[in-house]
Design a protein around this ligand. Structure first.
Ligand code: PMP
Length: 385
């Protein structure tokens, strides 16, 4: 059907490379190193309790802020892991994935004319969401060789209009994590200001090599100005269930809930029931580090003979690889070529830059079964990339 209406797009980005890669990957039956969705069957007890909740008739709206038993379980988890007390009644909100929490937080707290600092490369939803508020997006580039934020650049970017700084640790797409130096700098650049920190921590349980996840919840001076976003989809291999949550002081949570109620009202009820039960066993999430660290090592190992130069990865389930030793094509063309010629799906890093910068890198994901990682590594180790 065609419409003759005159429309004006609110966003310029159009349809993302993910759709193009997804379509070609299906066409070529390609190895999936592109998607950020776990390729594993979720725990069967979890699946069965979702079925049970549906059979028990829990098929209507959940309470707007989320099922109380789930919020209580998450309050206990946050207290145990990060030593922070969040009140389940007023400071924890269950959302339709971490993505909705990011959208609701930015929409609730950022006004037209405000400035929001975030980092490139980075998860692609921040910039359009800032833009939709009539605010100014202020991207700061992270140097690719170190993947460490240059805090002098952040200091220089802060103005009287800065309303929010968005950080993401563990980081998609680089796998970098915040350390104490980053925390100290974040404390010092925000001290004495009204800046809100939006901390995207959806990969909190995937931090490797003995490193510690530096949640904002660990630091009272940051926690009191932070909205922290988590994802139960990532943690329990059920991204399609669309359940995430955010924690924030009561005054901030109140603002976020005002937006959340009109976005989705509440996240899917039966899945909240199932996830609340699964949280009772902490091995369900504490084992993730070991699980994914082995997968990271397997993919790196499978690529040891490849001409792709893999960057160190301390967290999450993505690796960056530099392909400039084999090709001077654009990263987009290189990715499309890999799909057609090698049947391996990856994502060009330019997708994660607000200005589309092409750095000759691709992102590979390792949230797949071992045989997929081995086969992907084998194909990417062939000489004629
Ligand atoms: N933040 C980051 C950094 C992500 O990579 C993603 C998912 N790719 C999300 C948030 C959204 O998570 P969810 O699936 O829970 O909406």
């Amino acid at each position: 059907m065609q419409s003759s209406l005159v429309l004006k797009s609110k966003l310029k980005s159009g349809i993302s490379i993910f759709s193009t890669v997804g379509q070609l990957a299906a066409e070529y039956n390609a190895i999936n190193l592109w998607q950020g969705a776990p390729g594993f069957v979720p725990d069967q007890v979890l699946v069965e309790s979702a079925f049970q909740a549906i059979r028990d008739g829990l098929n209507q709206y959940a309470p707007m802020p989320g099922l109380l038993s789930l919020r209580q379980a998450l309050a206990a988890k946050t207290a145990k892991l990060y030593g922070a007390q969040y009140d389940p009644n007023t400071e924890i909100t269950i959302t339709a994935g971490g993505l909705e929490a990011v959208y609701a937080a930015i929409t609730a707290l950022v006004h037209p004319g405000d400035e929001v600092i975030y980092f490139d490369p980075g998860f692609e939803c921040y910039q359009p969401t800032i833009q939709l508020q009539g605010a100014t997006a202020i991207p700061i580039k992270i140097p690719l060789d170190t993947m460490r934020i240059d805090w002098n650049l952040v200091r220089a970017a802060i103005t009287a209009r800065t309303r929010m700084i968005i950080i993401n640790t563990p980081h998609n797409p680089s796998g970098a994590v915040f350390d104490r130096h980053d925390i100290e700098n974040l404390i010092s650049v925000t001290r004495g200001t009204d800046i809100v920190v939006l901390s995207d921590e959806v990969y909190e349980h995937m931090v490797y090599d003995g490193k510690v996840h530096q949640s904002m919840a660990r630091y009272p001076e940051l926690a009191e100005r932070s909205v922290i976003v988590f994802s139960l989809g990532k943690t329990f291999h059920v991204t399609g269930w669309r359940v995430g949550y955010c924690v924030a002081p009561a005054e901030i949570t109140k603002e976020i809930r005002m937006i959340h109620q009109y976005l989705v009202y509440s996240a899917p009820a039966p899945f909240q029931v199932a996830l609340a039960a699964a949280l009772a066993d902490e091995t369900n999430y504490l084992n993730l580090t070991d699980f994914y660290q082995k997968k990271r090592d397997l993919l790196i190992d499978s690529l040891s003979e490849s001409a792709l130069k893999v960057q160190p990865c301390a967290s999450g389930f993505f690796l960056l690889a530099d392909f400039r030793a084999v090709s001077d094509r654009s990263d987009r063309d290189f990715v499309l070529d890999l799909l057609r010629r090698k049947r391996v799906g990856t994502i060009p890093l330019s997708h994660f830059y607000s200005d589309g910068a092409d750095t000759g890198m691709i992102r590979l994901s390792f949230c797949q079964p071992d045989e997929v990682l081995r086969e992907g590594g084998r194909l990417l180790s062939q000489r004629d990339l």
